[in-house]
Design a protein around this ligand. Structure first.
Ligand SMILES: Nc1nc2c(ncn2[C@@H]2O[C@H](COP(=O)(O)OP(=O)(O)O)[C@@H](O)[C@H]2O)c(=O)[nH]1
Ligand SMILES: [Mg+2]
Length: 315
């Protein structure tokens, strides 16, 4: 049983040593623990620092490709290195390294494919009440759309079984946390969560400069990924709303028509017709999108088979 702990890094020469010190080197039930640092075009000494601290693998990119690309690059590299379990953690020492053992337990016991470290955001002292509310509300929305019961959707402290890791796909170039939850929820992977401890803040978040940006990016991601997996539902809601509105306005027109007052209401008739036509078209687009989505699922299935085949041949 080989565990690879991957740490995506962007200019983390200061905090990486602190995060590394905290990571376990021995866990019961695991034969080997290796650390992979993904240096995403850092302009400081991140890679050198990683080497000096005995990191087993370093994946370096020529320029900054963003956290999502770094994450999935790390997952694929870990698979090639023969990982049975992959844990992702942050370089800013946000998560308590010692809790890696707790995080992988449900996978070791064969109960879970993915385990999310629940930070219990309400107890984090350096989070403002607004940030706590946004995190909790965001997690609630993600639970609804993903069909999971994860309390902390944006936690980056997670463990993936090899089987889950092979199935991971990330299309966003910004955040992978929400996207992977929705897609893995829709793929019906067994997702569990365990409470984990967090450390004091070493620096401000580099991913979000403000709460407004956090909300905007999260909403866009949720809508995009949900409509990728459930297009017919999304399009039916939008088209159905337009159709219903058109229907109500149309009924209103008919009411006046049968009362003998057509004058002055012709605008309602035009609006009703437009809404009904547009609404119907949107639902039809949903049907096409659903067919494309089914095709994508087949492609993903083929991709998983190709990946497994490649990995088996390497092994
Ligand atoms: N590879 C890579 N890692 C990044 C990038 N931006 C942030 N990170 C890493 O992602 C982790 C989380 O970033 P952080 O700024 O702490 O965001 P927070 O989760 O909002 O606190 C840290 O380990 C960062 O070094 C990036 O563009 N590329
Ligand atoms: Mg952080």
């Amino acid at each position: 049983m080989k565990l690879i702990i991957q740490i995506p890094c962007l200019n983390e020469e200061k905090s990486l040593p602190i995060a590394l010190k905290d990571l376990p080197r021995k866990i019961e039930g695991v034969d080997a623990i290796e650390i992979l640092v993904i240096d995403d075009g850092s302009r400081d000494r991140t890679a050198d620092v990683a080497r000096e601290h005995g990191v087993d693998h370093i994946l370096q990119s020529t320029n900054n490709k963003g956290l999502a690309k770094a994450f999935i690059g790390g997952i694929n590299h870990s698979l090639k290195l023969g990982a049975d379990i992959i844990v992702n953690t942050d370089a800013d020492n946000q998560y308590c390294g010692a809790d890696v053992a707790k995080l992988i337990q449900p996978i070791l016991e064969g109960r879970a494919d993915i385990v999310i470290g629940d930070r219990q955001v309400e107890s984090i002292r350096h989070f403002s009440p607004l940030k706590i509310f946004l995190q909790k509300f965001g997690s609630w929305v993600v639970r609804q759309v993903s069909g999971t019961d994860v309390p902390d959707a944006t936690s980056g402290f997670r463990a993936y079984s090899r089987e889950a890791a092979v199935q991971l796909n990330v299309v966003s170039d910004f955040t992978y946390t929400i996207e992977t939850l929705i897609s893995c929820g829709k793929k019906n992977l067994a997702i569990e969560h365990v409470p984990v401890r967090t450390n004091e803040k070493l620096r401000e978040s580099r991913l979000f400069t403000s709460n407004a940006e956090y909300i905007k990016r999260s909403v866009v991601t949720i809508l995009k990924i949900y409509s990728m997996y459930k297009p017919l539902k999304v399009f039916t809601w939008v088209g159905g709303t337009a159709c219903s509105l058109g229907f109500v306005i149309g009924c209103r027109y008919l009411y006046f028509y049968f009362q003998g007052q057509t004058a002055g209401h012709i605008q309602s008739l035009i609006l009703s017709a437009i809404l009904l036509i547009v609404g119907f078209q949107i639902v039809m687009m949903g049907v096409v999108a659903e067919l494309i989505s089914i095709n994508r699922q087949i492609l993903e299935d083929v991709q998983v088979r190709v990946k497994k085949d490649e990995l088996d041949r390497k092994a």
